[in-house]
Design a protein around this ligand. Structure first.
Ligand SMILES: [Fe+2]
Ligand SMILES: [Fe+2]
Length: 259
């Protein structure tokens, strides 16, 4: 049997030489693999940092819009949590759920273009002011519509469709039923729920049970009846988010995979 330098023959094995020929990792190769592993770890860390900054920028941008509205940034975090849970219950893929999670906080980003005196008016809006207010859907959609990022395209779609109503009486286009994108129908539901159970400059907050009951009354008119049914069955998950008080740093850490 031929001796191959650098390879040991196993004692007592007639076939050892043949098996040995299959082993072809040279010593120098070990160093390259170590380098490769190191580079991979560094790349993963870089990817995590980019992702963390990206999520942080998105949230800060959404919060900038919400600050113009006197309600706090916690509204957009709850919207994201509620929408994520509803998306899971509906059976979205993990990729779609992730997209919904990070695009939904931007549903009202277009409020950046609405004058403060309208956003912060304590009383009822005049019909002229209301027409201006409705523009936040179009402004938000326009901000991201030319983006090539799937996440920002989803944000554009949500901004445009979150005030459409299932019966076609919503705005900006009066789109009806399932012609309204699913992400828009999901965000519409959780946005109405959160608005109902939160204090706003023009109203006091309702109780959790009142909010859950109110959603039921909107099935088939304002909201997708199938989603309303699923939402009603998720009461425990919804209550957990309602009482959780998630803060922005927690949300960013979770997005970046930091425990
Ligand atoms: Fe809105
Ligand atoms: Fe909202």
């Amino acid at each position: 049997m031929a001796y191959i330098p650098g390879r040991k023959k196993r004692a007592g094995s007639e076939t050892a030489g043949k098996e040995d020929k299959k082993i072809k990792v040279p010593a120098a190769g070990d160093i390259d693999i170590l380098k490769l592993k190191k580079a991979f770890v560094e790349l993963e860390e870089m990817h995590r940092q980019v992702r963390e900054s990206y999520i942080e920028m998105i949230l800060k941008l959404a919060i900038a819009a919400e600050y113009k509205d006197p309600d706090t940034g916690s509204h957009i975090l709850r919207i994201s949590d509620y929408a994520t849970q509803l998306g899971k219950a509906v059976g979205l893929t993990p990729e779609e759920i992730e997209m919904l999670r990070y695009a939904s906080p931007m549903h009202d980003i277009g409020k950046i273009g609405i004058p403060d005196k309208i956003l912060q008016k304590p009383g009822k809006l005049t019909s002229e002011e209301w027409e201006i207010m409705k523009q936040h859907t179009l402004i938000g959609a326009r901000m991201f519509q030319s983006s090539r990022s799937p996440l920002l395209m989803a944000a554009s779609e949500i901004a445009l469709s979150h005030h459409e109503k299932y019966d076609g009486s919503g705005y900006p286009y009066g789109t009806k039923g399932e012609a309204i994108p699913l992400f828009g129908r999901i965000v519409a539901l959780v946005d109405v729920f959160d608005a109902m159970v939160s204090k706003r400059c023009y109203k006091e907050k309702s109780s959790f049970d009142e909010g859950m009951g109110y959603i039921q009354t909107l099935a088939g008119t304002h909201l997708d009846p199938k989603l309303v049914k699923i939402f009603a069955k998720m009461e425990k998950d919804i209550l957990n988010i309602y009482t959780a008080n998630t803060n922005i740093q927690q949300f960013i850490d979770e997005a970046a995979g930091i425990e």
